[in-house]
Write a protein that binds this ligand. Structure first.
Ligand code: SF4
Length: 334
């Protein structure tokens, strides 16, 4: 049974509403290449994002968070489920309509080196979406590009330089300028700082926050590290093996995590105060993340969970509101 977030709290301020999202990739085998199984990369995700907020989506690598982001943008076709942007069901739109919708939803990629084509100048990269969507004549587009570069903290004078002439942080700014060119309402930022030096990460995070305030952007911020999303997110969703296991306001999630997996992730974050750090107990998870091709029965976290009981091996815990606005998928939360 897919998890279900009780979305009665989804209001007119909701920009994105995702229900029962699944992305399964077929495994082919044998001489004829028949389907012999499925990798359940995303296996029933429910979440919603209010206009102007940042939802952090966190989990270990391979948990399906990036695939969720791409499926929301329809860059990967979902196997099942619903994705509504401003009430419009994206999963049923023909590709010509999806293309038009792309103006409203953009992506900032993880790798600032691989995501920018080295054969093109910065001006060509940032102007591409403007040209594709006929947003002005060449003079107007040039002015928009220069303005976008200024907005992300780059000198417009760089417009004729190639992306390989820039540092990682500057390239990520170019990627952000390209993502903002069409004034999207939703930006999916897929690990936008994980490839950058720590000193540069804070600058890019601050830039994203400034831009959100300036343009009223809504972010789905994908990260593998809870400490990265802590300050930028209004709410945080934690994913494990294709499902959201906890979803709450940032403060509640960090102060009183309800799901054992979230508790383990948080216990791994060092505390700057040496006295507190010395007294803290770290939860070491045993075993590896199971294969999404053959996930465990019931709660898929049960082989690694120190609280697991018989029911956990048999019944999938639904994502339910355990405290006000605090959802967890666990039979024994807290
Ligand atoms: Fe652990 Fe059971 Fe909760 Fe799963 S449902 S997280 S196995 S206590």
């Amino acid at each position: 049974m897919a998890q279900e977030v009780e979305t009665a709290k989804t209001t007119s301020t909701t920009l994105l509403d995702v229900k029962g999202l699944k992305v399964h990739f077929p495994i082919r085998g044998g001489l004829l290449g028949r389907t012999v199984g499925n990798i359940k990369a995303v296996d029933g995700v429910d979440l919603f994002i209010r206009r102007g907020e940042t939802l952090g989506l966190v989990g270990e690598s391979g948990c399906g968070k990036s695939t969720t982001g791409r499926a929301i943008l329809q860059l990967i076709k979902p196997t099942a489920g619903s994705v509504k942007l401003e009430g419009v069901e994206l999963t049923r739109l023909p590709s010509s309509e999806i293309r038009k919708k792309r103006a409203e939803m953009q992506m900032v990629f993880q790798d600032p080196y691989g995501s920018l084509d080295p054969r093109y100048t910065v001006g060509q990269i940032v102007s591409e979406p403007l040209e594709n969507f006929n947003r002005g004549n060449s003079k107007e587009i040039r002015e928009q590009v220069e303005h976008l570069l200024e907005t992300v903290g780059l000198n417009p004078y760089y417009v004729n330089r190639f992306s390989h002439e820039f540092s990682g942080g500057q390239r990520q700014r170019i990627g952000i300028a390209r993502a903002l060119a069409l004034h999207p309402s939703l930006v999916v930022a897929d690990e936008p700082v994980s490839a950058l030096d720590v000193s540069i990460q804070a600058q890019v995070l601050n830039l994203l926050q400034d831009l959100q305030g300036k343009f009223g952007l809504t972010y789905l911020f994908v990260a593998h590290n809870l400490s990265v999303v802590k300050h930028i997110s209004n709410r945080v969703a934690v994913m494990y093996l294709g499902r959201v296991v906890e979803l709450a306001n940032s403060e509640a999630l960090y102060q009183t995590p309800l799901h054992p997996y979230t508790q383990a992730l948080l216990s791994a974050i060092p505390v700057p105060d040496p006295d507190i750090e010395a007294k803290r107990k770290r939860i070491i998870l045993e075993g590896d993340v199971p294969s999404p091709a053959n996930p465990p029965s019931g709660c898929n976290f049960h082989p690694r969970c120190w609280k697991a009981q018989a029911i956990c091996r048999e019944v999938i815990p639904p994502l339910e509101e355990k405290q006000s606005n605090h959802y967890a998928a666990c039979h024994f939360p807290g």
